[in-house]
Design a protein around this ligand. Structure first.
Ligand code: GDG
Length: 505
């Protein structure tokens, strides 16, 4: 089993003489002004931050990210750095400042309105805007300069996060030849046919091919990427393990399914505090005998309208549950500046209202919609009290809610209903699989979950938990680091320094 201590040991033995640099769009610590004008520092709830924070601490590394908090500038030194964690500093957070226009074009524009829908194929049309693309290129250049500044020509492991930085691996390799560059892509990678609609597909794939190691959640995304790379650059060779060879440089393309901090969630779920909160939530939300749960960022990939429609159909098919069943949906507002997300928020609110108007009676309402972010302690209490958790993503790289739900069930109770189109579905085989586009099937699976024998519920949950106990977030990190340190630092090579013409590759 892997845990924080093992990560620390691993770092000391393998990364001791090499700089460890993480690059992500979102920062691991954010400084904000409170209403009374004080500065408050918070750590976003994110699996990625939980996994990487101990590595940075053990290696005294540097984390480079966009400074997005309104008090971020007030606490950094002249070079934009602040030691973190604030109470016991162990590594440096280097903040990169972006203009409002860059945030709008690189982040909200190209990252979230072009790459996000392109990779997810959830039937929301990607928006390809040349101005957004230019800003995306510029911001990737800006971060490459920061990495170079931090690393120079020394030995380093640069670990790049996600779709905001497709161009960064090559830009970093060109500037820092001694660095090993690993990139982890947290969302799906589409098929070569789907990728073709992107006017800058070649530049994006070429940028990522600058990585020594390129990680995806599951083998299918690796195969999709390899196929796209070979299609776009026919002279690139692939070996049997999905290592792409172009000149002297090679890119290992591997699957590393991300996971959760099992021990921490399990510990919190088993605490007296959680039991107290469960009682409180039952009362304050006026929950019925049976409880279903959905927890998501309010994003069109999560299939929230589809889920509410399935709940409505379930109540229609099985009227005996009317008055006896509550469905709690936590929908955390997300990317609220983007019109598709504003539209989704309205759709979800009006659907919840309609369902409650249609089925509600004598003070009972089936859908409890919470359009806000809750503290992790409350989320954990909700995981514990639900009879089932319904994850209905139309497409999702992994989906951590599914894993957190099982990690929180220290009582071995609860059924997970999981969309077939999540990365998690291939790993959590003891969940009940659903196709979120099939309302009928989802409604029937809800009933199956509620009527499953206690023995079967326990059997399925135990198996999922024992899998997650082993395949936790620290194991993900150790696997990625181990594969990164095995990579050589072969240069990109003369022919590959600049973007090649189609005929050349
Ligand atoms: C991307 C990929 C991939 C949700 N509501 C609250 C809250 N959450 C937390 C959950 C969970 C996280 O947010 C959501 O993680 P997901 O994996 O479900 O989704 P994305 O944000 O879309 O993440 C995804 C992931 O990257 C990692 O690689 O799995 O496929 O899309 O941890 O607990 N947390 C708190 N309050 C809430 O109200 N505190």
């Amino acid at each position: 089993m892997s845990n924080r201590n093992q990560i620390e040991q691993f770092i000391r033995s393998t990364l001791s003489n090499c700089r460890f640099v993480v690059v992500s769009n979102r920062e691991p610590y954010v400084h904000r002004y409170t209403d009374s004008g004080e500065i408050e520092c918070s750590r976003p709830t994110s699996g990625m931050v939980s996994a990487l924070d101990p590595v940075l601490k053990a290696s005294s590394g540097i984390w480079i990210a966009h400074g997005s908090g309104n008090a971020d500038r007030a606490v950094v030194d002249r070079s934009g750095c602040v030691p973190v964690p604030p109470k016991n500093p162990q590594y440096l957070l280097k903040r990169v400042w972006l203009s409002p226009e860059q945030v709008e074009s690189y982040y909200q524009g190209f990252s979230n309105q072009a790459l996000w829908p392109l990779c997810h194929q959830a039937y929301t049309r990607p928006r390809f805007d040349r101005h957004h693309w230019r800003n995306y290129q510029q911001v990737n250049e800006l971060f490459a300069k920061e990495v170079h500044h931090a690393v120079g020509n020394s030995r380093a492991l640069v670990f790049v996060q996600d779709y905001h930085f497709a161009l960064l691996p090559r830009l970093v390799k060109q500037r820092c030849p001694q660095a090993v560059v690993a990139h982890f892509w947290h969302i799906p990678w589409p098929s070569p046919e789907s990728l073709q609609i992107c006017p800058w597909q070649r530049e994006i794939v070429w940028g990522l091919l600058g990585s020594d190691l390129l990680g995806f959640h599951i083998p299918q995304y690796c195969r999709n990427f390899t196929a796209a790379a070979r299609h776009l650059f026919p002279r690139i060779k692939a070996d049997q393990r999905n290592t792409l060879l172009g000149g002297e440089h090679s890119t290992k393309v591997r699957a590393f399914p991300i996971s959760v901090d099992f021990e921490e969630i399990d510990r919190l779920a088993a605490s007296a505090e959680t039991s107290r909160r469960m009682e409180e939530l039952r009362r304050s939300l006026k929950l019925s005998k049976w409880v279903g749960l959905g927890i998501d960022r309010l994003d069109y990939i999560k299939g929230i309208p589809e889920r509410l429609q399935a709940v409505a159909h379930f109540l229609e098919l099985y009227p005996q549950y009317q008055g006896q069943f509550s469905f709690v949906q936590v929908a955390v507002p997300s990317r609220t500046e983007i019109p598709d997300y504003q539209q989704l928020s309205e759709t979800v609110a009006s659907l919840a209202k309609e369902i409650n108007a249609r089925f509600g009676k004598d003070g009972w309402e089936p859908v409890k919609l919470i359009s806000a972010s809750l503290p992790m302690a409350e989320i954990t209490a909700l995981y514990r009290l639900a009879d089932f958790c319904l994850v209905s993503s139309l497409h999702d790289g992994m989906n951590l809610v599914a894993k957190e739900f099982a990690a929180a069930r220290c009582d071995n109770q609860g059924v997970l209903l999981l969309s077939r189109f999540t990365g998690a579905a291939g790993l959590l085989r003891d969940a009940l699989a659903i196709n979120p586009f099939d309302t009928e099937e989802s409604a029937r699976q809800i009933r199956r979950a509620l009527e499953m024998s206690p023995t079967e519920v326990r059997y399925r949950m135990r198996r999922m938990r024992s899998q997650l106990r082993r395949r936790n977030i620290f194991q993900w990190m150790v696997d990625l680091l181990a594969a990164s340190v095995e990579c050589g630092t072969a240069p990109l090579g003369g022919t590959e320094e600049s973007f090649p013409a189609a005929a050349a590759f």
